[in-house]
Every structure is written in C-alpha cells, then in structure tokens.
Design a protein around this ligand. Structure first.
Ligand SMILES: Nc1ncnc2c1ncn2[C@@H]1O[C@H](COP(=O)(O)OP(=O)(O)OP(=O)(O)O)[C@@H](O)[C@H]1O
Ligand SMILES: [Mg+2]
Length: 332
C-alpha cells in the first residue's frame, strides 16, 4: 500500500492494532503516508484525524494506555487522562476513578514487574504497621493489578497511587535554584525527610532510593512525600535490589557492593540530597552534620532517623534560633 487513499482504507478497516501492525515498520510506513504534511492538501483534516487514530492504535499495540481509554479491574474503572511522568522503569498516567484522581504506574518492560511488586508490598506494610499520624508522607496504594499487553500477551504489574496536587520533586527545586537553596529553607525539607524515614524504618521498610526525583515537596504547605518504593527492602540483611544508574555517585558504598540495606542507607542518601540542594550555601556546621551522616561505613553513621531529627533540631536552634515559618516558592 503506497498511497494516501490506500493507507486510509487500511487504517479504517482495522478492527484492532494487530490487524495493522506486525512491528514498528508497519507503523512507520503508515505514518509516512498519513502524515498531515504529506497528505493531499484537500485531505488535511481527514489526515489529521487519521494520524491521531494511527498514533492511538500504535500506542495500544505497544501496550501503552491511550488517553480516554478505560481500564477496568475487579475494584475500579480507571479513565486515562494522559501521561504525567516518565520514570526510570515506569510510565505514570493521571487516571480518574469514581470521581477521584490518582496515578497509574505501569512498567515499560514486564521484566520489571518484581520492582512494582516491591513497591506494592512496601506501601501495604507501611499502611499496616506505620504510625497513622505520618501516613501523608507516603502515597496510598489504591490497588495493584496485572494488565495484559494486547499485542504480546505479556502481563505487566500496575500500581495505582493516590495523588496529591501541587507537589514538585527536589530535582525540579534544584533546577529552579541553580545557586543552591537557602539552608533555612532546606531545614524544613531535611526535617521532614527524616520524619518520613523515621516512620518507614519503624514499620520495617528501608526506602532504598531516596533521590531528588523521589522526594516531593509542597512548597506552600511545607509538605513532603517520599515516592517510588520500587527499590525498598522489607527483609533483614537484604541488599537494595537495583540502583538508579543516573545517580550512581549519590549512593553509599553498601549499595553497589550488594551488602545489606539498613536505615543508615536511607540516611546517607537523604543527606546527600540535602547537601546537593544547598550547594555552596551550606553553613559549615550543617556541612559537618552532613559529613557525619555520610560516612562510608554504614555502622559509623546515625542509625535512627527519629533520634537524628532531635539532634538536627538542636543544631538548627543553635544556628538560627527558634523555628519560624519561611514562605517558600519554586519559580517556573
Ligand atoms: N504519588 C505521586 N504523586 C505525584 N507524583 C508522583 C507520584 N509518584 C511518582 N510521581 C512522579 O513521577 C515520577 C516517576 O515516578 P517513580 O519514580 O515512582 O517511577 P519510576 O522511576 O519509573 O519508578 P521505578 O523506577 O521504581 O519503577 C517521580 O519522580 C515523580 O515526579
Ligand atoms: Mg523513580
């Protein structure tokens, strides 16, 4: 089929993506013929519609959910609103179910299902064993289910997580403050990340990937949420299962060495994030505090995030006096 009309006929005759595609070559061939720029001028509107339909079918063929599509599980029907983020292993979509907005996290490769299962296990354990007072520091797991890829039959594990509007990652914050964030603003983020860790560790969960993309803050409310529990460890003496390669330099030595993860692993990572956020603006005493939390030997680091928070509060009081609320914004 080599003409616009032919491609159009082929597209509208297809009842499912599999009728149209056996692989990317079929998609590229049709896309070339149907592209609105290549179509006969009089057929531009038809071409635009056809091209959108082609893109949707191709997305479906690849197992990527398409905006407007619904996914029905035994618990809920989710309407897809569109993709909101591309993670290291998963794509994240905004979804709505029963009038509630949530986030659907779907791994790009079925080989990563085990990491998704880890996240589900950790979030369930935190909800069960964690102090409810601190529940807002982690996303709520709405449900976990398997989705079958219509093209290949492969099953992918999906997690649905509660969404909190208005949160931004520390990666975004760092971008917005290339010269570093004032340590007096970092102070509340640092305190809250220690709260999140104290909460998780008490419930027997080590996060394993406390990285800038996984620390979400609410600038106006001084809220904080720790996301991406795919690398978490809930059993004693087990290593962190995988590293986010991009951040290789941030990890403590026990992670690449595949030695057991402990609360001190998270404390190291959280500290590295805070240090990076302050950059050269760190007060020397804060820098020294950070050094003590990032010693190479896990056993020589602080082990208890709650206790560390008490020490940190004393240091802040010494440096800056009684706590006051400092408005914080993240410029676009
Ligand atoms: N519950 C949430 N609410 C708001 N934003 C979120 C939430 N969970 C994740 N995000 C955003 O989506 C991005 C990617 O999410 P996440 O890190 O969980 O996926 P991922 O990196 O693919 O995970 P993994 O590699 O462990 O599968 C995060 O950096 C964050 O910006
Ligand atoms: Mg991630």
């Amino acid at each position: 089929m080599t003409t616009f009309a032919g491609a159009l006929a082929e597209l509208y005759a297809a009842k499912s993506p599999a009728d149209l595609f056996a692989g990317p070559r079929d998609y590229h061939r049709l896309a070339r013929l149907l592209h609105p720029d290549a179509a006969p001028p009089a057929r531009a509107v038809v071409a635009a519609d056809a091209f959108a339909r082609l893109a949707a079918l191709w997305a479906e063929y690849q197992g990527r959910p398409v905006s407007g599509q619904t996914i029905t599980t035994s618990r809920h029907t989710y309407r897809l609103n569109g993709q909101i983020a591309t993670g290291d292993i998963a794509n994240l979509f905004s979804v709505t179910y029963a009038g509630t907005r949530a986030i659907l996290k779907l791994p790009r490769r079925p080989a990563d299902n085990d990491l998704m299962a880890r996240e589900a296990t950790a979030l369930a354990q935190l909800a069960r064993d964690g102090d409810p007072e601190y529940r807002a520091y982690i996303p709520r797991l709405v449900e976990t289910f398997e989705q079958e890829d219509p093209a290949t039959g492969a099953r992918r594990a999906a997690n649905v997580l509660s969404e909190y509007p208005g949160m931004v990652t520390l990666a975004r914050v760092a971008e917005a403050y290339p010269d570093g964030v004032d340590p007096r603003d970092v102070a509340w983020m640092w305190r809250r990340v220690l709260v999140a860790l104290g909460y998780a560790h008490r419930a027997g969960v080590v996060h394993g990937a406390v990285l800038p993309e996984h620390i979400l803050i609410h600038p106006a409310e001084h809220g904080l949420m720790l996301v991406d529990w795919c690398y978490s460890v809930t059993t004693q003496d087990s290593p962190v299962p995988a590293m986010v390669a991009r951040h290789r330099d941030m990890y403590p030595p026990e992670v690449p060495a595949r030695q057991p993860a402990t609360p001190a692993t998270d404390i190291y990572l959280a500290t590295a994030c805070m240090r990076a956020l302050m950059g050269s603006r760190a007060h020397p005493r804060l820098a020294r505090f950070a050094d003590g939390c990032t010693l190479p030997q896990p056993r020589r680091r602080p082990q208890d995030a709650w206790r560390l928070l008490t020490e940190f509060d004393e240091l802040l009081e010494n440096l800056y006096g009684p706590r006051t609320f400092r408005p914080f914004t993240v410029p676009r």
